[in-house]
Design a protein around this ligand. Structure first.
Ligand SMILES: CC(C)(COP(=O)(O)OP(=O)(O)OC[C@H]1O[C@@H](n2cnc3c(N)ncnc32)[C@H](O)[C@@H]1OP(=O)(O)O)[C@@H](O)C(=O)NCCC(=O)NCCS
Length: 187
């Protein structure tokens, strides 16, 4: 199983209502609007975007992790829809001395509380366990992000502990709650 080849291949995913397509240059404008909302970035590692070049940098980063075979960031759209309603993906995929990947996701505020991630997250989990053959999926959540904790707990992720002062973001150290889900069927 060559994870880099999978990530570099055709990885447009669909669910009954949504399409996941790797971020590309054409997403810059919508991505800027999405990450300019302080409610979206509150518990994330970034400040709300203020200039469009920052959205370019995010697309460059997303294309870089995919090219390096260590992750992917998809734009989430309603099937047949033009507008990006959020992003999701895998960071830090590890295949040497372990098979794990960290998932991440964010929706524009208008789409919270409608079960979007309830549909998208199982597709991501299936991609991680089946297409990437990962043994372990993990997610890092900033304390206070109850929506994200609830989402993970509804989808079989266990709260495993708190990594104290794990990240230095926005000028301060912050803890991260680590969630994990393991697939015993992957050797
Ligand atoms: C974290 C985040 C993605 C969670 O989104 P969400 O909309 O709460 O999650 P879901 O898509 O699973 O929706 C669940 C809610 O939709 C409701 N819902 C409506 N229709 C539903 C359906 N068909 N299926 C499931 N739930 C549905 C549920 O009752 C639940 O409501 P509640 O939150 O009031 O209990 C969102 O809050 C977000 O983007 N936050 C900003 C970015 C962020 O913090 N990302 C995570 C970093 S770790």
């Amino acid at each position: 199983m060559d994870v880099g080849a999978v990530l570099g291949g055709d990885i447009v995913l669909t669910t009954p209502r949504f399409e996941l397509r790797p971020l590309e240059r054409g997403d810059v404008g919508a991505l800027f609007d999405h990450f300019s909302d302080p409610a979206v970035t509150e518990f994330m590692d970034i400040e709300p975007l203020t200039v469009r070049s920052q959205a370019h940098e995010i697309v460059d980063w997303a294309q870089g992790v995919r090219a390096d075979g260590v992750g992917v960031r998809w734009a989430i759209r309603a099937l047949g829809g033009e507008a990006l309603i959020g992003t999701c993906g895998f960071n830090a995929v590890v295949v040497q001395r372990g098979r794990r990947g960290e998932i991440a996701y964010d929706l524009s505020r208008a789409h919270w509380g409608r079960g979007v991630m309830a549909e998208v997250l199982p597709r991501m989990v299936a991609f991680g366990f089946e297409a990437l053959a990962l043994r372990r999926l993990e997610a890092m959540v900033t304390p206070g992000n109850a929506r994200s904790c609830g989402l993970l707990e509804r989808h079989g992720f266990q709260r495993e502990g708190v990594l104290r002062d794990y990240a230095l973001w926005k000028g301060a150290y912050c803890d991260q709650i680590v969630y994990g889900r393991v697939n015993d069927a992957v050797d």
